[in-house]
Write a protein that binds this ligand. Structure first.
Ligand code: AQP
Length: 340
C-alpha cells in the first residue's frame, strides 16, 4: 500500500478512534471492473486486516445519475455481493449501504455551510459530469464531494483506499475538514488517500481510465465469454504493426496488466520485446489468467445473489454496528455548531 503524507499531530482531534479507522465508498453502478478491483477493492481487503475498516455502497451518490428505483436497489445488492465475493469479510469489517445511515445527509448539509461554491465548481469530475450528462446537471453533482467528505469523517476515518481518480475529491475533503475545524474547533481528522500499485488502470482503449461511463471496462465477475471478448478487444502497442515487429511492453496496456496476474511478467515482456510472442498470444494468456483468478469470486458472487435475504441481513447489521459512531459524531457537531 502507498499513502500520502499523514495527518499532522497538531491537528489531531481528541476523539479519534484508538485503532486507525479507514473508510471507502463505492457506487452501485453495476458489477465492478478491473480498475475498481486493482485500484481500490484489493486494498479494501488488505487493509481490513490492519485497521478498523468501514465500507459503504454509496447509493445516495448514485442518485445523481441512476434514476430507476428498481435498478438502484438491485445494483446496490450486486455491489455488496461483489465486494464480499472479491474478499471482504463482513465479520472483519463493516459493510453497509449509505442510505441506511442517513445521519450523513445532515452532516453534508452542515458541511455545505463551510464550503465555498467555487471549490465545488472547480472539481474536475463536476466539469466532466456536466459534459457527460448535459441534460441532467443536478445539484447533487456539484455537492457530491461534500457528501463524500461527510461519508468519510462522520466515522472519523483518517485513511481512504481509493484510485487516483479520487485524489482531487480527497483534497477537497481535507479542505472542507480544515474549514470546519477552523471555524468550530478541531473535530475531524484530515483524511488521506491510500493507493495500490495500480492507482490508475487504463481501459480497453489503452488511453482513458477504465470507467463504466466510457464503456472501456473488463468486468471481473462477468462470465468467461464476456471477459474474453473484452480482453481480446484491448488496444495494444499501436506502433507494433507486424507480428515480427518488436513490441514495447512498457506502453502496452495488456503487458502492464500482466504484472498483476502472475510473477512471470518479465518473461512475458521479454517475449514481446523480441517479437517471440505476438499481441494476440499475450492477450489470450491474459484472458485465461483473469478468468482463472476470478473464478472463485464469480461462484461466490452467484451464490450471494441467489440469497438476497442473507445479503440484506449483512448490510442491516453493518448499518446498525456503526450507528453509535454516526450518532456520537453528530451530537458533537451539533453542539459545536450551536444547534439544539
Ligand atoms: N480505472 C481505475 N483505476 C483505478 N481505480 C479505479 N477506480 C475506479 N476506476 C478506476 C476506483 O474504484 C473505486 C470505486 O469507484 P466509483 O465508486 O467511482 O465506481 P465506478 O462507478 O465503478 O467507477 P467508474 O467506472 O470510474 O465510474 P464512472 O464511469 O461513473 O466514473 C474508487 O476508489 C475509484 O477510485
Amino acid at each position: 500500500m502507498t499513502t500520502d503524507a499523514s495527518t499532522s499531530p497538531a491537528a489531531r482531534p481528541s476523539s479519534l478512534p484508538v485503532k486507525p479507522r479507514i473508510f471507502s465508498g463505492i457506487q452501485p453502478t453495476g458489477r465492478p471492473h478491473l480498475g475498481n478491483d486493482l485500484g481500490a477493492i484489493r486494498n479494501y481487503v488488505a487493509l481490513a486486516e490492519r485497521y478498523e475498516a468501514i465500507y459503504c455502497v454509496v447509493d445516495y451518490h448514485a442518485l445523481t445519475h441512476v434514476h430507476d428505483p428498481e435498478m438502484l436497489r438491485h445494483q446496490t445488492l450486486e455491489m455488496a455481493a461483489a465486494l464480499i465475493a472479491l474478499g471482504l469479510d463482513p465479520k472483519r469489517c463493516t459493510l453497509f449501504v449509505q442510505s441506511d445511515r442517513p445521519e450523513v445527509t445532515e452532516l453534508c448539509w452542515l458541511f455545505n455551510t463551510v464550503t465555498p461554491v467555487g471549490w465545488l465548481q472547480r472539481t474536475p469530475t463536476y466539469k466532466e459530469k456536466r459534459q457527460n450528462q448535459p441534460e441532467d446537471v443536478n445539484h447533487g453533482l456539484l455537492t457530491y464531494p461534500v457528501l463524500q467528505a461527510a461519508d468519510i469523517v462522520i466515522y472519523k476515518a483518517s485513511l481512504v483506499p481509493v484510485g487516483r481518480d479520487q485524489a482531487a475529491h480527497l483534497e477537497l475533503s481535507r479542505e472542507i475538514v480544515r474549514a470546519f475545524n477552523a471555524r468550530y474547533g478541531v473535530t475531524f481528522p484530515e483524511p488521506q488517500p491510500v493507493y495500490t500499485d495500480a492507482p490508475v488502470v487504463l481501459g480497453t482503449d489503452g488511453v482513458k481510465k477504465m470507467s463504466k461511463s466510457i464503456g472501456n471496462t473488463i468486468e471481473v465477475l462477468a462470465e468467461p465469454d464476456v471477459i474474453r471478448k473484452q480482453v481480446m478487444s484491448m488496444v495494444t502497442d499501436t506502433q507494433r504493426i507486424l507480428r515480427s515487429d518488436p513490441g514495447r511492453p512498457q506502453v502496452c496496456n495488456v503487458c502492464r496488466l500482466h504484472r498483476h496476474f502472475g510473477d512471470d511478467y518479465e518473461q512475458i515482456w521479454e517475449g514481446e520485446r523480441t517479437a517471440r510472442t505476438g499481441c494476440v498470444d499475450t492477450k489470450k494468456l491474459l484472458v485465461e489468467r483473469i478468468i482463472a483468478h476470478y473464478a472463485g469470486a464469480r461462484e461466490t458472487y452467484k451464490e450471494l445473489m441467489a440469497d438476497p435475504a442473507r445479503l440484506r441481513a449483512i448490510l442491516d447489521e453493518g448499518a446498525e454496528r456503526i450507528r453509535p459512531i454516526a450518532e456520537a459524531t453528530m451530537a458533537e457537531v451539533r453542539e459545536r455548531m450551536g444547534l439544539r
